[in-house]
Design a protein around this ligand. Sequence first.
Ligand SMILES: Nc1nc2c(c(=O)[nH]1)N[C@H]1C(S)=C(S)[C@@H](COP(=O)(O)O)O[C@H]1N2
Ligand SMILES: [Mo]
Length: 408
Amino acid sequence: MVDALDESGNRRRALGLIGLGAAGIATAPAWAQALVNLGLPGGNDARPVAGGFPGKGSMILQRSRAPLLETPMDALDGNVFTPNDRFFVRWHYSDIPTAVDVRSFRLNVGGAVRKRLSVSLADLLAMPRVEIAAINQCSGNSRGQFFPRVPGGQWGNGAIGNAKWVGVSLRHLLDLAGVAPGAMAVRVGGLDKPPPGAAPFEKSLLLDHARDGEVMVAFQMNTAQLPMLNGFPLRLIVPGWYSTYWVKALDRIEVLDAPDTGYWMDKAYKIPDTPGANVPPGAKDFPTVPINRMIPRSFFTNMADGAKVVAHSPFYLRGLAMGGTSPVTRVELSMGQGRSWHATPLGPDHGRYSFRLWEATVPAQSPGDYTLAVRCTNAAGQTQVLQPSWNPGGFMRNAIERITVTAA
Ligand SMILES: Nc1nc2c(c(=O)[nH]1)N[C@H]1C(S)=C(S)[C@@H](COP(=O)(O)O)O[C@H]1N2
Ligand SMILES: [Mo]
């Protein structure tokens, strides 16, 4: 349990990050260990696997400034909770915090409130705590799989992670400040700085959502303080919602009495207002809404497309599933191009917002190629689609994952 926060270790390692300068991905940096192939349609899918980022082990390097680091499948395999040092990283702006003075740091609460607050980390650590297991998934996770391809970070499936978060509920902080009558929304921002002329990365939630008791200001991630690159010392946790709302290095909370018209709510992260955020490829003029709740997904983690298995011998498959905002009710495996599905046993339930492990032993097969598919369904009846959805932002992919394995 975190009882004090200390940035000194992070500070030393963070300096190494500044030293990276403008190293790009055009040439693999010297510290890259190997290339990984993300299997994206249409190519351009080899990425270096790199270590050397503060608080991080080996990660798939999508971009070094601002850092976009993807979690390799091996770090998700068998881990319902993603290790902090393998948890993916995404920042929009390159001017990110590399050290935080934990004594002078303040979280400010203002706007339409009766009493402004300036909360120190010591104050926050003394407040009542809440804990929740929740998946942090980038809105554009798996964007690289979109076809036709779309611009943006060309993620494979690893812009996702699950952690046990501990912190103080946003409701508690709002109650301390006293929300003024007529308030509508709560906007949050962090220590990263936009370039001149650009809007600060700020996101907002409607007031009732912000006060639901689950949305929290977290200072602990899987029993440790947050890694600097995942938002040390504080970040917002919005269980069930895409991580664009999970503002990192959170230093301000502002209660709004009018809708948020800032760039990052009004223009960016908008999805088609259609089921599954699906529009025909190339579509441009359609009504949009801000991206919001996640939907079910499931992944193979111990085998990838092209894996070899021994013929005439059963083989073991496992992976992770998520329900979005409702609990996982079933995960099913198909070997017949989706004609028949078989429910798989599930691992322990850590709550509706967490990953859930699934596993299966596939009976012995004669030599040949076999295509396997995995599908998750949640308690609200939402499931995954066979035919991938498309939208120009590359958001909300939840197509059924398939791998082909060869028995020989
Ligand atoms: N302050 C700040 N918070 C942020 C962002 C950002 O650019 N700045 N990016 C958001 C997006 S789009 C994602 S996907 C998640 C990534 O969280 P992680 O880096 O901890 O995995 O952070 C979110 N919070
Ligand atoms: Mo994201």
